[in-house]
Design a protein around this ligand. Structure first.
Ligand code: TXA
Ligand code: MG
Length: 318
């Protein structure tokens, strides 16, 4: 039985015993283990059915712990950390060699962030090691934004989910790396490109697909519901042409012209992309549970967090 509990000391006990515990963050829930325990890290990969070449993000409680995991901290990385940590930004930095290979997929770099969640910050502060944690979903499934999502995925394979409520941002961290003095975005996420560029100027976007050598986790197919899904610019016409199907609609704001759908989810009545991003995965989880024939999502405005939302929707239809 997987226990959902707010008992941080129970989580500490399990993590000290090289167990894997699901933890809340402000982005999504993670499957956490001691970075120095090969046993715990192996279990993370096993439970998640994740290929071993795909590295994990390391979570630390404060900036003074960074030197434990990274051997360089470029000036632009420092400015980003100052602006966004604790928060939804993962920095790819040259790693310390004592971090086991299995954590970093054999790479010379480590992905690291300080999450912005009171429960997990308190947990990290009480541990003597950082936590490696990928999103707490099986490979290729929608990331979890509540403890119930995690429990549904891993019932009986995890001892505990540390309760932390609904994830505030609801979409994974933005991943930024540094190559030859260039700043490169490897994954769109909870912090927009615009907000990053306000701090350090123009960056390169390389948020592509499985061919990307530096973020092997950016597989084209990802974040997918089980229900057949489409992403369209205009869903009205599609619905009119598919009358016989039970259709669920996912949309940013406002009403459709047609009413021939079974179910509709509007992510932000007031047109706030941050609110929409925070509800994206929980809404996909819900739509996926309704036994619909089809989910149709309408493309979001291509600015700010709308870009991150469109990115996840594109991966969900692959
Ligand atoms: O918001 C988040 O980042 C969540 C929470 C739990 O912190 N974690 C998360 O982890 O999304 P995961 O494993 O689902 O995605 C991590 C991504 C993968 O695409 C992986 O390839 C990339 O980060 N990554 C990790 N370390 C890397 C490295 N050294 N170089 C390049 N990419 C790296
Ligand atoms: Mg993930």
């Amino acid at each position: 039985m997987t226990q959902i509990s707010s008992d941080i000391s129970k989580a500490i006990e399990l993590l000290n015993k090289e167990e894997v515990v699901a933890i809340p963050t402000e982005t999504v829930y993670g499957l956490a283990g001691n970075i120095y325990s090969e046993k715990a890290i192996r279990k993370i990969f096993e439970v998640k059915q994740r290929p071993l070449f795909n590295p994990l993000i390391v979570h630390i409680p404060s900036i003074d712990q960074l030197e434990k995991v990274a051997r360089e901290f470029p000036i632009k990385a420092q400015r980003l950390a100052e602006a966004f940590w604790p928060g939804s930004l993962t920095l790819i930095l040259p790693k310390r060699l004592n971090i086991p290979e299995i954590v970093t997929g054999g790479k010379d770099t480590v992905g690291v962030r300080i999450p912005n969640h009171p429960v997990t910050l308190s947990l990290l502060k009480q541990l003597s090691f950082p936590l490696a944690a990928p999103s707490a979903n099986p490979f290729n499934r929608i990331s979890p934004t509540s403890s119930d999502h995690v429990k549904a995925y891993f019932e009986n394979t995890l001892p505990m989910v540390l309760e932390g409520g609904e994830c505030k941002n609801g979409i994974e961290s933005t991943i930024i790396g540094f190559e030859n003095n260039e700043v490169i975005l490897y994954r769109l996420g909870a912090i927009s490109i615009e907000d990053i560029e306000k701090i350090i100027g123009k960056i390169q976007i390389r948020n592509t697909s499985e061919t990307t050598p530096n973020a092997p986790g950016m597989l084209a197919k990802h974040y997918a519901p089980r229900t057949k899904m489409y992403l369209l610019d205009d869903v009205d016409e599609f619905i009119e042409n598919n009358e016989s199907k039970r259709i669920g609609v996912l949309r940013f704001q406002g009403k459709l012209k047609t009413t021939r759908f079974e179910h509709i989810e509007i992510l932000s009545k007031s047109g706030d992309l941050k609110e929409a991003a925070s509800k994206l995965y929980s809404t996909l989880h819900k739509l996926d549970s309704l036994n619909l024939d089809i989910i149709v999502a309408e493309r979001f405005p291509d600015v700010g967090l709308g870009k991150s939302i469109n990115d996840r929707l594109e991966r969900a239809i692959k």
